[in-house]
Design a protein around this ligand. Structure first.
Ligand SMILES: *[C@@H]1O[C@H](CO)[C@@H](O)[C@H](O)[C@H]1NC(C)=O
Ligand SMILES: *[C@@H]1O[C@H](CO)[C@@H](O)[C@H](O)[C@H]1NC(C)=O
Ligand SMILES: *[C@@H]1O[C@H](CO)[C@@H](O)[C@H](O)[C@H]1NC(C)=O
Ligand SMILES: *[C@@H]1O[C@H](CO)[C@@H](O)[C@H](O)[C@H]1NC(C)=O
Ligand SMILES: *[C@@H]1O[C@H](CO)[C@@H](O)[C@H](O)[C@H]1NC(C)=O
Ligand SMILES: *[C@@H]1O[C@H](CO)[C@@H](O)[C@H](O)[C@H]1NC(C)=O
Ligand SMILES: *[C@@H]1O[C@H](CO)[C@@H](O)[C@H](O)[C@H]1NC(C)=O
Ligand SMILES: *[C@@H]1O[C@H](CO)[C@@H](O)[C@H](O)[C@H]1NC(C)=O
Ligand SMILES: *[C@@H]1O[C@H](CO)[C@@H](O)[C@H](O)[C@H]1NC(C)=O
Ligand SMILES: *[C@@H]1O[C@H](CO)[C@@H](O)[C@H](O)[C@H]1NC(C)=O
Ligand SMILES: *[C@@H]1O[C@H](CO)[C@@H](O)[C@H](O)[C@H]1NC(C)=O
Ligand SMILES: *[C@@H]1O[C@H](CO)[C@@H](O)[C@H](O)[C@H]1NC(C)=O
Length: 517
């Protein structure tokens, strides 16, 4: 899977930009583990404390690092549990974002190889993060994906899996707002795009990025040894919905003669999956030249496009779903009779990622409000509560099926203090609540809207006030444990007389007239 781990030259040639001439990047740039803001790469990197509640900021000792890579946030590995740690980032609802995560290990876990772990976006498993190879070459790794925000926040999480053997970490997290037309053939309601490769062919200079790419997508050089030529074209990228940088059209890869040109690209062997592929071309001759540059494109011997007429204005050929597996061979064959060589300027390949969905928003908001009224809560209570399935929040059980609801809450003996928010009553799919043996105080909220509630355990806490009468309205209740709190008043008769209810209120409360035991 290491093909996803593209390499970023990490002793970065800092960009010397004349920012006034380019559109500023719109987005959120988070320097994980940093305590102060820094300005580099033409953007303002914020410290991460406002976006994440778990983990520890760490400073790396590797000399010569750019500021963004010199700090990381590191997250504690749970013993034998899969657990996620999420950044929650404010976004524009329906905004299309390029999300980039950057990792540079810097031996923060001691002299062991970098941990291998997962990354998650909202409720979707995004990819495995394996920086081992890059780290051995003293390089950082980055991952890029394109996702549309369905709410006012998006979460990106790193997560310990069974193969994770030391604390996961992250160096940087970026969200760049993309223009509407970018990659708009993809149905972002059901899919995300996870970058496999993006190259500028025939080019061997430094990474092409902002401000050449107005969204700071990274176009890696793919110079190779084949002959390449400089271009005389005058490309207008506004004709391309994906808005590639002009710079990719300044040089191209060609074999210089009218013969089939074969290109093994992307370089890595790909898992069997469906991919989005976009290939960019522009004729490098002055437009006045007579003959046209026409060729066929095939991928692994399957026709991808026939009789492509490459003009100096440039042309893109994209496929929104193309199956690939293993190594990929792209062949450009000049049209019969043509004496003009084929060429290629740029290419992008993304894995189409089936989105995992989201927990019903009303439940998410309710659960977040409940969480916020606790004074301490489990480290992984951020991001989507239920998804991905194997990464639901500690103590949270969810329903199957298309509408994902929270059906049980078990935070027994978790050392919780604070109060129980009345918003718990908005989790209307709950069938059991286990909060016994904590230090929760305040009153017991009205739970009568929980029409499916069967089990309520609030024993061994410091709840005070009276037992709500309305508990008797919940027809499904069969077990209520309230002993060892600080409850007063009387136990409602409606509860005492309820058939089939196992009610425990003693010892350890202060009722004015003790219930018959
Ligand atoms: C990291 O370095 C910064 C600046 O030198 C310092 O303020 C911060 O306390 C350090 N953090 C840790 C965790 O050592
Ligand atoms: C991580 O990558 C290294 C180098 O490619 C590989 O040897 C190792 O098996 C990978 N680890 C996991 C858990 O996939
Ligand atoms: C993508 O954007 C372009 C430019 O705005 C527009 O012409 C085209 O119809 C859009 N395609 C889709 C599928 O929305
Ligand atoms: C490119 O085209 C623009 C307008 O179409 C023109 O102003 C400019 O001079 C051209 N540049 C070159 C190098 O031909
Ligand atoms: C890829 O997977 C599909 C279905 O899962 C299968 O039909 C196809 O043969 C596989 N292709 C390769 C090259 O393994
Ligand atoms: C293309 O035009 C430029 C000037 O616009 C000229 O310098 C160059 O020699 C021309 N190239 C070819 C291949 O005709
Ligand atoms: C593609 O076609 C060439 C020649 O037609 C053949 O030698 C080669 O085995 C084919 N490759 C695949 C993957 O089918
Ligand atoms: C290009 O593709 C067209 C249509 O598939 C085909 O008729 C033609 O023979 C191909 N040309 C070459 C040179 O392969
Ligand atoms: C609640 O979680 C604890 C572990 O935290 C477990 O021991 C207990 O069995 C769970 N109770 C229920 C009813 O699932
Ligand atoms: C109550 O919770 C504490 C941790 O908060 C734990 O040490 C203790 O064993 C628990 N008691 C019972 C009876 O479960
Ligand atoms: C529940 O959700 C509604 C909106 O759906 C909100 O108005 C209310 O404040 C929430 N909390 C409670 C306790 O009902
Ligand atoms: C129990 O409640 C009484 C009054 O309702 C209060 O004075 C006392 O501090 C509470 N005790 C605890 C342990 O919360």
């Amino acid at each position: 899977m290491s093909f996803l781990s593209l390499r970023l030259l990490f002793f970065l040639s800092l960009l010397t930009l004349s920012l006034s001439q380019s559109q500023p990047l719109r987005g959120v740039f988070i320097d994980c583990g940093a305590t102060v803001e820094t300005v580099s790469d033409g953007r303002r990197w914020q410290p991460d404390a406002g976006f994440v509640s778990a983990g520890t900021p760490r400073n790396l000792t590797t000399p010569g690092l750019v500021p963004v890579l010199s700090t990381v946030r590191s997250f504690p590995l749970g013993v034998g549990v899969r657990r996620k740690f999420c950044y929650v980032v404010p976004v524009y609802r329906t905004g299309k974002y390029m999300v980039r995560t950057t990792y540079f290990y810097g031996a923060i876990n001691g002299p062991v190889s970098p941990p291998v772990f997962d990354q998650i976006v909202d409720g979707t498993f995004w990819s495995v993060v394996n920086t081992t190879e890059d780290y051995a070459r003293v390089m950082s790794s980055y991952y890029e994906g394109i996702f549309v925000a369905t709410g006012k926040t998006m979460s990106v999480c790193v997560a310990a899996n069974t193969y994770t053997d030391s604390d996961p970490f992250i160096s940087a997290l970026e969200f760049v707002l993309l223009g509407d037309s970018l990659y708009n053939s993809t149905d972002f309601g059901t899919h995300g795009l996870s970058l496999v490769a993006r190259h500028s062919f025939g080019y061997s200079g430094p990474l092409i990025r902002y401000p050449d790419d107005q969204f700071d997508r990274f176009w890696e050089p793919f110079g190779e040894s084949s002959p390449t030529t400089a271009s005389n074209t005058n490309v207008s990228v506004s004709g391309f919905w994906n808005l590639p940088p002009l710079k990719t059209f300044e040089r191209e890869l060609t074999i210089g003669q009218p013969a089939p040109m074969e290109l093994q690209w992307p370089l890595a062997s790909l898992p069997n999956s469906t991919y989005y592929i976009a290939l960019y071309f522009a004729d490098n001759r002055n437009s006045s030249s007579g003959s046209s540059r026409v060729f066929n494109i095939s991928i692994n011997n399957v026709t991808y496009y026939s009789n492509l007429n490459v003009t100096p204005e440039g042309v893109v050929v994209f496929s929104k779903r193309w199956p690939l597996a293993g190594l990929t061979k792209i062949t450009l064959t000049p049209a019969s009779g043509s004496d003009i060589a084929p060429l290629i300027n740029g290419g992008e390949v993304f894995d189409l990622l089936l989105l995992g969905g989201r927990t019903v928003t009303r439940d998410v908001i309710a659960l977040e409000t409940v969480r916020n009224s606790f004074q301490s809560y489990p480290l992984d209570w951020n991001g989507d509560p239920c998804l991905p399935r194997q990464y639901s929040w500690t103590g949270v059980t969810c329903s199957e099926g298309p509408r994902i609801r929270v059906i049980a809450l078990n935070l027994s003996s978790m050392g919780l203090s604070g109060s129980l928010s009345p918003n718990i009553a908005n989790l209307t799919a709950l069938s059991s609540i286990w909060l016994g043996n904590n230090s929760l105080s305040g009153s017991i909220p009205d739970l009568s809207s929980l029409k499916l509630l069967e089990i309520l355990h609030l024993e061994d806490n410091q709840f005070s006030g009276e037992i709500p009468q309305s508990l008797a309205d919940i027809g499904t209740l069969r077990e209520i444990f309230l002993q060892n709190n600080n409850l007063t008043g009387q136990v409602p008769n409606s509860l005492l007389g309820k058939p089939g209810l196992n009610l425990k209120t003693l010892p350890g409360n202060h009722f004015s007239s003790p219930p018959p035991s």
